[in-house]
Design a binder for this molecule. Structure first.
Ligand SMILES: NC(=O)c1ccc[n+]([C@@H]2O[C@H](COP(=O)([O-])OP(=O)(O)OC[C@H]3O[C@@H](n4cnc5c(N)ncnc54)[C@H](OP(=O)(O)O)[C@@H]3O)[C@@H](O)[C@H]2O)c1
Length: 340
């Protein structure tokens, strides 16, 4: 297996990285043994196979993911390009500096290789956050600055405020969501920046394992993509992935990743629910798709439209929550009301 790398701004990032939201996060529900043991095995195997980009965030399991990555890296820190993210609540100078130091401590590193703003903050002016980032770079706590979920204009503005390179924008990019191709991706390619593709497998949907009768639990049960109508709409894409994967003796997820990293300046950071998934994902770096296969995927994925209607499962959950709250209030206020 030969890993591919994207070279930008003096760095060499593996085209397949490792996303670690799954480590210790309730949203994924993978359990204790996964958090304490399997996560370390996943990080180590990833490094063995040539992955260097390890992505985490202080928000993942509220520090649990960063801690798990820190424990796993221990003696192999030099082999990794460690990326984490600041949770952008009050992202002003002293707060961001404090958060970065805490993240570095959890990760057991002196310098965070890439420190990303997890989302734009609509209230706090961006120049205040970038001032903090510049200070962190001066102090050697942060090597590169990145953004996440930023528009192209926001990314460019971040760079102006930093008066320096904002290496990457981490954005959702997969065969079912190609919105960044309109402007973010071409700009990154023209100017030597990186797009870090998150949810590259559409959170496992592109594996072809899920259907209306088999929806994963945890957070995904409430997301629009996993609602029966949208699962059905995604079927043509999954079918093409299956067909191409058979030709290569590969899996649909490997083809989905190979398609992404065929694009210049794109690295993908799939999460892995197990060691075998990690291994399969990394092996996608070795899979060469033909131009015909690429355009077949291009066409079928462009035809995909998710329903923009209300998310029925989320509405059901909200209603169930409201009912629970109103019943609880009723229960506890009944004795008070009857005493009035
Ligand atoms: N910046 C942001 O706002 C943001 C947002 C989301 C994610 N991220 C980052 O991006 C990373 C990846 O995104 P993601 O976790 O949302 O989605 P993803 O990588 O598209 O999907 C991960 C899930 O897909 C399934 N999977 C993975 N490899 C597989 C394989 N080889 N075969 C079959 N199924 C496989 C697993 O779920 P099951 O086996 O349980 O189906 C796994 O948990 C995260 O870990 C995080 O670091 C960033």
């Amino acid at each position: 297996m030969v890993m591919r790398y994207v070279e930008v701004h003096g760095e060499r990032l593996s085209a397949i990285g490792l996303g670690t939201w799954q480590f210790g996060s309730k949203e994924w529900n993978y359990g204790r043994s996964y958090e304490e043991k399997e996560s370390a095995a996943i990080v180590n195997k990833a490094l063995d196979l040539g992955v260097n980009l390890i992505d985490t965030a202080e928000a993942y399991g509220w520090g649990r993911s960063e801690r798990a990555v820190g424990r796993a890296l221990s003696s192999r820190r030099e082999e990794a390009f460690v990326a984490t993210k600041v949770f952008p609540i009050m992202p002003v100078d002293p707060v961001v500096r404090d958060r970065a130091r805490r993240s570095a401590a959890r990760l057991r590193v002196d310098t965070i290789d890439l420190y990303q703003i997890h989302w734009p903050n609509p209230v706090i002016p961006l120049n205040l956050t970038m001032r903090a980032m510049a200070g962190l770079q001066r102090d050697g706590i942060v090597k590169h600055v990145g953004v996440s979920n930023f528009s192209l204009g926001g990314w460019q503005q971040a760079e102006r405020f930093l008066s320096g390179n904002v290496l990457s924008n981490q954005v959702r990019y997969n065969l079912l969501d190609r919105r960044i191709e309109a402007d973010i991706l071409p700009w990154a390619q023209e100017t030597g920046h990186v797009v870090i593709a998150y949810s590259p497998l559409a959170q496992g949907l592109l594996s072809g394992r899920y259907s209306a009768g088999n929806i994963p639990d945890g957070l995904r049960a409430y997301t629009a993509a996993f609602q029966p109508g949208n699962l059905a709409r995604a079927e043509p894409v999954v079918e093409v992935l299956k067909g191409i994967s058979r030709e290569h003796g590969a899996t649909p997820t490997q083809v989905a990743l190979a398609w992404l990293i065929r694009r210049p300046n794109v690295v993908a950071i799939p999460g892995a629910g197990s060691l075998s998934q990690l291994q399969a994902n990394v092996e996608a770096a070795d899979l060469e798709l033909s131009d015909d296969e690429d355009s077949e995927l291009d066409q079928v994925s462009k035809a995909y439209r998710s329903s923009s209607g209300p998310n029925a499962a989320a509405l059901r959950a909200v209603k169930a929550g409201q009912l629970l709250v109103s019943r609880t209030i009723e229960r506890y206020t009944k004795p008070i009301k009857s005493a009035w």
